[in-house]
Write a protein that binds this ligand. Structure first.
Ligand code: AMP
Ligand code: ZN
Length: 471
């Protein structure tokens, strides 16, 4: 089994992965706050985590992934108050939309998606441990983590606590803390907010404690990899380390891996700039989710991903080259003889995996793949494809697609059918084609027939109109 190296934010260097249990990797990934539909920046981080999981499985590791769903926090509560809806009425549909985004991008499911609201008891138990050990204290029904007790706070982010005024009692955000640097573990209930009973009265958890409590519940007190976007490093992940290690006295996580942000046309995505997109927005504008997946995977996770229409076009082009090669190979003749492609296929697979194992250097993996595409095309052009080549190349493509997840045409066609071509849409297209025929716009009519055919819909023109059926 290959031993990959990853850039560990903790220590800021490339390090070989050494799973606590050989051959098994336990991964925790910070999930969405389900107050609103995920934007494509969030999805970039989730796609990077999908690439990480798939790459580790490709190398032969058994992977257990946990992703939390933050379904109670300041933002969900704010949204519920602004709209007059209950917390559930906000979070349930957003969670469903989140899973449909994952499916649309062929992101493999994690093993567990724990919800914060279903793990209040675990969070309370963890807070009690921290209080008992002197790391946390109560103030006005809220509980705070006592930073002064944690000697190595700041290890992950390089945050220098010495720079912050110390020991000064403050009232911030309506909470009375011993020290400006302390962070909240449990928030006393405010009128009109959802709350749960606790040993300190009614209240709700702070955001950081949920990830410590839920990761340790599903993965153990020490596990291998923790991921998120770079904005999670401070304070969220720094606080997770402080809480978890203070409670257990054990190292929490070995390897911290963070994805850089996605930007749009060179700028930070924001609603006021009008460049804020969800996956649904892009699909509505005609973008192919398969190309979005490809584009997001093809940029190294530690580089900013600049999302532009040109980059999406280039991703479409790359996929087309792969599709065309596959189509040509399927339809070319093969003669008996010694294969020259077999060695190229082996070389490609080796290079593909080696590059992934080096901190997910996916552009090098793709370069190896496209090297093979060129060789196959040359072999087809020169009539040099021999018996057995087709199977070798197809098997290798299926193998690399375990990581890339963009090549299986069936997977994406089903997606398009279930997403775009509901019965109503088909009816509308059929009606439009009939109108085009009546108007003698044959080009348009043929275009619609081809589009439907591509999605597996067959048309039957009868005297009383056109009927359609799924293939
Ligand atoms: P949230 O739903 O805000 O809790 O964020 C979910 C995940 O998306 C977190 O891991 C964030 O680090 C990540 N994230 C937020 N904004 C971006 C962005 N512009 N690009 C990439 N990842 C992001
Ligand atoms: Zn988290």
């Amino acid at each position: 089994m290959r031993q990959p190296v990853f850039f560990n934010t903790l220590g800021r260097r490339l390090e070989p992965l050494e799973p606590l249990v050989p051959g098994q990797v336990r991964i925790y990934t910070c999930g969405p706050t389900v107050y609103d539909r995920a934007h494509i920046g969030n999805l970039r981080t989730f796609l990077f985590e999908d690439l990480l999981n798939r790459s580790l499985r490709f190398m032969g590791y058994e992977v257990t992934q946990v992703m939390n769903l933050t379904d109670v926090d300041d933002r969900t509560i704010q949204r519920s108050q602004d709209t007059g809806k209950s917390l559930d009425e906000i979070t349930v549909p957003v969670t469903e939309a989140f899973f449909s985004d994952l499916d649309a991008l062929a992101i493999q499911r994690a093993d567990h998606y724990p919800k914060a609201t279903e793990h209040i008891a675990e969070m309370i138990a963890l807070i009690e441990r921290l209080i008992a050990a002197g790391y946390a204290y109560e103030s006005g029904g809220s509980i705070f983590f006592r930073i002064a007790e944690d000697d190595d706070y700041g290890r992950l982010s390089g945050f220098d606590l010495g720079q912050v005024r110390q020991g000064e009692r403050v009232v911030s955000d309506n909470y009375d803390k011993e020290d400006v640097r302390d962070f909240v573990l449990w928030k006393a209930a405010k009128p009109g907010e959802p709350s749960w009973e606790s040993p300190w009265g009614a209240g709700r958890p702070g955001w950081h404690i949920e990830c410590s409590a839920m990761s340790m519940k599903y993965l153990g007190e020490s596990f291998d990899i923790h991921c998120g976007g770079v904005d999670n490093i401070f304070p969220h992940h720094e606080n997770e380390i402080a809480q978890s290690e203070s409670a257990t006295g054990k190292p929490f996580v070995r390897t911290w891996i963070h994805a850089e942000h996605l930007i749009v046309d060179g700028q930070k995505m924001s609603k006021s700039l009008g460049n804020f997109y969800t996956l649904g927005d892009l699909i509505e504008q005609g973008a192919d989710p398969r190309a979005i997946r490809y584009l997001m995977l093809s940029v190294h996770y530690r580089d900013k991903l600049n999302f532009t229409l040109e980059a999406l076009e280039a991703a479409n082009g790359a996929l087309k080259r792969l599709d065309e090669m596959r189509f040509r190979l399927a339809h070319t003749g093969a003669s008996p003889g010694e294969s020259r492609l077999v060695a190229s296929v082996e070389k490609m697979l080796e290079a593909f995996e080696t590059a992934l194992a080096h901190d997910l250097n996916v552009s090098e993996s793709l370069a190896a793949l496209f090297g093979l595409v060129r060789e196959v095309n040359t072999a087809i052009d020169g009539g040099a494809v021999v018996e057995g080549d087709r199977e070798h190349v197809m098997t290798a493509l299926a193998r690399v697609d375990e990581v890339l997840g963009v090549l299986d045409p069936e997977a994406w066609r089903t997606e398009a059918e279930s997403e775009g071509l509901a019965d109503d849409n088909i009816d509308a297209l059929v009606a439009e084609r009939e109108q085009a025929r009546a108007d003698r716009q044959w080009g348009r009519a043929d275009e619609i027939r081809d589009q439907l055919q591509g999605a597996g819909i067959v048309l039957e023109d009868a005297r009383d109109g056109t009927r359609w059926k799924r293939q």
